[in-house]
Design a protein around this ligand. Structure first.
Ligand code: AMP
Ligand code: MN
Ligand code: MN
Length: 346
């Protein structure tokens, strides 16, 4: 955990302002929930879980959305609350209230960023230390393991009881961002929250199998190819080591796979014993690549990601790259030495 004021959570005043925004809502208020582009389990789970909570509060004019094509990744197609989703193009142009989930900056909202200016009010729920506080009211807690932790706290303050639907969404979010309770962020408070969610009767085995342990055979074969061309560079990152691989649009096409199947590939790469840092470069357009970076604890990969135009957390970060895979990895390599924790340049 980093020191300094940016790392402290919301103040009493922030919580009170958020509560006032939501308690004062007329039941026909047009409320637009937005999560970050290429939504992951925390983005969708915290947004839909909070949306179901607002529905229980009696808010009727709810919409949930995310930028880009309105395609929910297969692992999340069983989430409760999906009926709240609308394509970005159909989202209220001028909502009474916008609530943003798991987005560290406006750039993560893509084309939906204009809703912030046109909305009557904007509330931000997030847990990225790099959050730019782009809302009128910001509930940003960098100590929280997931945005769903902040969402649950706000629902509790609003007096909304957890039901199985809300709990399943928040559980998917919590397990996504803690790597199913394996990462350092897995505090006693995380397990206490998990206990409250499980007490609603949700089935963790079914949920985990659906969300984490299921992929099409084509994706299994594609992972095999991508892992087969992984490179290990023991001297990179000041000798901590780098392991990386990539997958292109032609790989996806050859195996008949959608781009989101590659989100899980980093988990098969980062287990490499000989490297602290792992990286997967995933093509999203002819000259555009989504880059995922992970560290086991020796390197602050968010520094690398921020230097290359992205963001994230210390040990899980990403950015959008352009050019060839080799050019992108060259740029990463050049920033890694300075990102070793405790290095003078950082
Ligand atoms: P991912 O590797 O996509 O799972 O992302 C890991 C972390 O990096 C998440 O916290 C993301 O919010 C953040 N991240 C990934 N891509 C970007 C990007 N292009 N810009 C800013 N943050 C990003
Ligand atoms: Mn996220
Ligand atoms: Mn998150």
């Amino acid at each position: 955990m980093e020191a300094g004021p940016v790392d402290s959570g919301p103040t009493d005043g922030d919580w009170a302002a958020a509560e006032a925004l939501l308690r004062g809502l007329p039941s026909d208020a047009r409320v637009l929930l937005i999560c970050h582009v290429n939504p992951d389990g925390d983005a969708l789970g915290s947004m839909l879980g909070f949306g179901l909570g607002l529905r229980r509060l009696g808010v009727r004019g709810l919409q949930a959305t995310f930028p880009g094509p309105p395609e929910v990744p297969e692992p999340f197609r069983g989430l409760p609350g999906l009926d709240l989703l609308v394509p970005a193009a159909e989202a209220y142009p001028d909502p009474d209230l916008v609530i943003c989930f798991d987005a560290a900056s406006e750039s993560r909202l893509g084309d939906l960023v204009d809703r912030l200016e046109r909305a009557g009010a904007a509330l931000v729920l997030d847990h990225h230390a790099s959050n730019t506080r782009f809302g009128g009211v910001n509930l940003v807690d960098p100590r929280a393991a997931a945005t769903s932790v902040v969402a649950e706290q706000l629902l509790t303050r609003l007096g909304v009881p957890l039901d199985a639907g809300i709990a399943e969404c928040l559980y998917v979010a919590l397990t996504t961002d803690t790597g199913s309770f394996r990462f350092e962020a897995t505090t006693p408070a995380v397990h206490e929250m998990a206990a409250r969610l499980l007490a609603t009767g949700i089935r963790p085995g079914d949920i985990s199998r659906r969300v984490f342990d299921t992929r099409p055979f084509g994706a299994v074969r594609l992972f095999g190819e991508a892992l087969g061309r992984a490179r290990l560079e023991p001297a990179a990152a000041g000798g901590r080591g780098l392991v990386w691989t990539w997958a292109g649009l032609d790989d996806l096409a050859r195996h008949g796979q959608r781009p989101y199947v590659l989100e899980a590939l980093i988990d098969s790469v980062r287990c490499t014993a000989e490297a602290d840092v792992s990286c997967v470069v995933k093509q999203t357009a002819p000259d555009e690549w989504a880059v995922s970076l992970r560290s086991k604890g020796a390197v602050d990969v968010s520094r690398v990601a921020v230097a290359l135009g992205g963001g994230g957390h210390r040990f899980a970060a990403g950015f959008t790259g352009h050019g060839t895979v080799d050019e992108i990895v060259d740029r990463i390599r050049a920033h890694l030495d300075g990102a070793v924790i405790g290095s003078v340049t950082g």
